[in-house]
Write a protein that binds this ligand. Structure first.
Ligand code: PGA
Length: 265
């Protein structure tokens, strides 16, 4: 059984000095466990600065974003080619990219391919908005986002993929993450089943089982355990709560002490 994966998404918070300080705090508080892999996604600006510190504590680095072309006249952009060797994972299709920056699925698909081209494992984020949920369209949205993001990759590539189920309505947006509405474990299980059955359709049984599926949306140290117990969930993508070193360390402990439930389907 693969390791649980817990990723801290710091979003557009902390300058370089503060990022380095937070990694320093985490190295003191977060225990290394054989069964938990930890990823840190600081701003792109801070990646290089924290890399030594992070790697010496076995934290993996995660890019929050990148542009899919390898090089060229793309002012202000950073490519997966430039991130090669610096990060192990990269978020792709986060709802803030899809909705605030209007990233279409063509772009998300190109990014997934670019990540693989440069030895970076994509963490493809999928999830429905509040209105899509209200209309009963969750499964259709997930289906479209998976097909849209993954249609150009091979089964071999897909077998290492990470998918993060992040219902847009459950994201804290950095505020009140402890008081935010979140899905029940039963709802998460239902969507995770839909994700794996779509992966099976696209890439076969083996890939559907080997892909790690994370849950994200207002995760805290109080609710982390219940999300991790949802069948088919292999880890968490943590936003707001990951900026608090004590809270993030407690979430990692929860991951260590929670048995992943009977793998999949
Ligand atoms: P949140 O963010 O934990 O603050 O809801 C999660 C995410 O957007 O990845």
């Amino acid at each position: 059984m693969g390791k649980k994966l817990i990723i801290a998404n710091w979003k557009m918070n902390l300058n370089v000095g503060d990022s380095s300080m937070l990694v320093h705090k985490l190295t003191g508080l977060v225990k290394n466990h054989n069964d938990v892999e930890i990823g840190i996604a600081p701003s792109l600006l801070s990646l290089q600065a924290v890399s030594l510190q992070a790697h010496s504590h076995h934290f993996k680095l995660v890019a929050q974003n990148f542009y899919w072309r390898d090089e060229g006249a793309y002012t202000g952009e950073i490519s997966a080619n430039q991130l090669r060797g610096l990060v192990q994972y990269a978020l792709v299709g986060h709802s803030e990219r899809r909705h605030i920056f209007a990233e279409p699925s063509r772009e998300i698909r190109n990014k997934v391919q670019a990540a693989y081209r440069h030895g970076i494992t994509p963490v493809l984020c999928v999830g429905e908005t509040a209105s899509e949920r209200a209309m009963g369209e969750t499964n259709d949205v997930i289906h479209d986002q998976l097909v849209g993001g993954l249609s150009n990759i091979t089964s071999d590539e897909a077998s290492t993929l990470v998918v993060a189920y992040e219902p847009v309505w459950a994201l804290s947006n950095g505020k009140d993450f402890a008081a935010h509405e979140t899905p029940t474990p039963a709802e998460i299980e239902k969507v995770t089943r839909a994700i794996r059955s779509q992966l099976k359709h696209l890439f076969g049984d083996e890939v559907a089982t080997s892909v790690r599926v994370l849950y994200g949306g207002s995760v805290t140290s109080d609710n982390a355990g219940s999300f991790l117990q949802a069948k088919g969930i292999d880890g968490l993508l943590v936003g707001g709560a990951s900026l608090d070193a004590h809270m993030f360390a407690a979430i990692v402990e929860k991951a260590h002490s929670t048995e992943i439930k009977g793998k999949k389907k």
